[in-house]
Structure formats: structure tokens, C-alpha cells
Design a protein around this ligand. Sequence first.
Ligand SMILES: Nc1nc2c(ncn2[C@@H]2O[C@H](COP(=O)(O)OP(=O)(O)OP(=O)(O)O)[C@@H](O)[C@H]2O)c(=O)[nH]1
Ligand SMILES: [Mg+2]
Length: 458
Amino acid sequence: MESHEGLDGGTDTETQTGPTPQPQRPRGAGAPEAVIAVSAFEGPAPAALTDLEELEELIRSAGAEVVDRMVQRRRDGGPLLGEGKVRELAALVKSSGAAVVVTQQSLSPSQQRRLEEGLPCRVVDRTSLILDIFAQRARSREGQLQVELAQLLYRLPRLRGEGVLMSRQAGRAGAQGAAGGAGAGGLGTRGPGEQKLEYDRRRIRERESRLKREIESLRRRRSGQREHRHDRAWPLVTLAGYTNAGKSTLFNALTRAGAVAQGRMFSTLDPQVRQVRCPAGGRALLTDTVGFIRDLPKDLRVAFRATLEEIGQADAVLHVVDASHPDAARQAAAVLAELETLGVAPDAVLTVLNKIDRLEDHGATARLSVDLPAPPLLASARSGDGLDRLGDALEEVLRRRFWQHLPFRNPAPRLRARLSASGASMKESRPDRNGLVTVDAWVAPALVSRLKAEGDDR
Ligand SMILES: Nc1nc2c(ncn2[C@@H]2O[C@H](COP(=O)(O)OP(=O)(O)OP(=O)(O)O)[C@@H](O)[C@H]2O)c(=O)[nH]1
Ligand SMILES: [Mg+2]
């Protein structure tokens, strides 16, 4: 490819476009939007290429089509893309018929504006792309509120930048829709510049507070339900893992549920809970939840705090890794770091190397170069391979806390009924010489303490 000023010649400069030049095709209505993926990276090139592949996967998951890519090493302290590079990209946009350029790097409002001025298409960064995918997937009330909050948080600082631009534009002919797409389009272009923006900003802040309050009240309701589940005495187990690792498929395999599992990223947003039975009969509640991704946008992290916190409260976490993914080790490391921030104890984590049916060499998974708190389990959620061992291992992790030997002088019918109503599995010994009966129960320690505190007939 032709090189341009300020970008070529140095050993620190790499440019790649490709994979294959796409002939321009007429795109009918309803066809997926054509997108060019762009990365102006710093740091090691192999990681940047893997990140770009992930970006392309995200673009496809958002329902668009990647028609070309541009990878460029960014010069120290230089602009994201130099002028020549922007011109090159503009030509690529025209020849490929792309409607959108998506950048791997986050764009400041001024970077975004500069690119939009130089390109005949919309410009979106990775964060905003992920927010878009979340917006498409959110089904539950809580999920929708969380996504809306994340979008507001993302947009607020950007309004300030646009405010300056819009106030400058206010005196001009005016209503050229901002190229930022839905939501950003038109904001500030119709009114008297800053005043309109101030007004909108205030309303946005009000909306932000309302959303936070509503999310908090839904969270409280859900945590009430969680308490109730504790009443039922079962341990809480959460699936966690990189997006697309196979969490929902494993959830379905373990619970015979019908959770959506698809070969696209972030299929699951709303937590789902089902009962699972461990091999020796102990029961647990299994939660399927939203997937992780490297560099999770901070606005999403804030908005999904409640969902993420729930992972931190689980009695055990099944950390699902797509062992067939070329980037499995980095993905696993990213998830483990996230689990640590959420306060998950290392001995509560069971790592499941999933999709082993796609591996010819199972030994390859053992060489996965990531520090795991415990030896991983190999499984295929699709074929069912390894799920028995997984059940045993899960039971082993939970057994330490949930399998209890409770001595009773006389387990009166009332106590038996309470334990049994709470879902505890019980085995009762015959009374010994002193009339003591031991009840082996699979029951949460919290429930036992409460029964004791309530002065049951123990
Ligand atoms: N070959 C193979 N494919 C699997 C296996 N487990 C899951 N998959 C496929 O991987 C893709 C992603 O599976 P999901 O279960 O949706 O993954 P997830 O982790 O829930 O993904 P998100 O909810 O998007 O974060 C789907 O196409 C599944 O059919 C497996 O053991 N073997
Ligand atoms: Mg899922």
C-alpha cells in the first residue's frame, strides 16, 4: 500500500490493510452496514492484531459486516492517525462503500471530530460499539436501565466537547446532523447552542439520578430474592468467563434450561438462575450471566455494578474458558483479574477449559500459560464430555461449607420440617446411647445459624 508522510520510513511504523480487497458492491436496504475496522496501536504488534480480530468479532456481533481493516502503529505523542493516513482511509471508505469506521482505541471528542471531518462516513469507537451491542441485547427492565445509564455516562463528557463545537456552529446555517449516529445526531444543532445543551445536560443528569435510583431499587429487590434463596439453604454458583466462552451452553447442559447460546459476543446480558444437582445429591443454584471482555468500558462497569457484585457473592464460580481460542490464555487472565477485583476467593474458583471437542491435542490445554488457582477441568459443554467430573469437582468445592454434621438431642418434627422445607438434603442417624442423633445435611451455614438463633429445638 502507498505510504504517506509522517507514517512511513521508520522502523516503528507498520501498516496493514487487507485481508482481501473488497470490490465495491451495491448494498440493498436491510443489508448489514459495511464497516472498516481501524487500529492505531502502541505496544506489541501481535497483541494489537489479536485485539483487532476481537474488534471485528464485536462488529459482526453487532450485526454489521467488516469489509476492510487498517492497522497502524501510532507514533509517540502523534495523532491517532496522521493526515495522510486519514486520506488513505477516506479512499478506502469510498472504494469499499463503508458506512462506518470503528476504531479499537477510545476516541476523545476532538479525535472523533477530526476523523469525522476527514472521512465520508460515521466514526465509532470500540466502547460505543460495545454499548451498542448491549443496547441490542438488553431484555429485562434492569438490563435496559443499566445499558441506558452506561450510554448516558459515556455521552455526558462528550457533550461538553460538542458544546464548544455547537456554540461555534450556532450562528451558521445550522442543522447539519452530527455524524455520531443515533442519540448524538442533532443534539445541540437545532437550538441556540450552549443554552440548549445546558438544558439537555441538566435533563440528562436528572435522568442519570433517576436511573441509578431505579437500578438500586431493582438490585435491592433482587438481593432480597437472594436472601430468600439462602433461606432455601442452597449454595449459589455463578458462571463467569470471557464472552462467547460457552457459559450459556454449559448452563443449559448442567440445568437442562433453554438459555440463549449463540456464536456471537454478549448473547447473555440478564442473569438467569436454575437449580443444579450435584452427583451426591447436593443441590445448588446456578447463575448464567454477562460475559467479560478485556478493557471493559468503565461506564458499563459502573452501570452493571449490581450484576458484577453478585458474582462476588457466589459460593463458587465456574470460570469458563474457550480452550480452542487462540487467545485463551490472555482471556483467562483478564477474567481472573476481574474476579479478584470482585472479591472472589481464589479457592472458590473452578476453571473449566471448555470446547475441548474442538481440540485435536488435549495436552495443548494443559500448556495454557496462565496461572490458575487450581488445576483446570477439561470439558465440552456441547458434547457433554467432562461434565461428570465437573459436577464432582463442584461438589467438592461446596462440600467444605455446605455438608454439615449436626448433632441433635432430639430433632423434633418442627426442625426437620424447617430443614427440609429449606431444601436441605438430609440423612439422619439412629439415636446413639445418649439419645444423640446426627443429621448430615447439605445446608448453608447461614441457615443453620439462623435456625439456632431462632431457638429451635436443638
Ligand atoms: N464446539 C463447541 N462449541 C461450543 C461449546 N460450548 C459452547 N460452544 C459454542 O460457542 C458459542 C458461544 O456459546 P455461548 O454458550 O453462547 O457462550 P457464552 O459464554 O454464554 O457467551 P456470551 O453470553 O455471549 O458471553 C456458541 O456457538 C456455542 O454453540 C463446546 O463445548 N464445544
Ligand atoms: Mg451467554
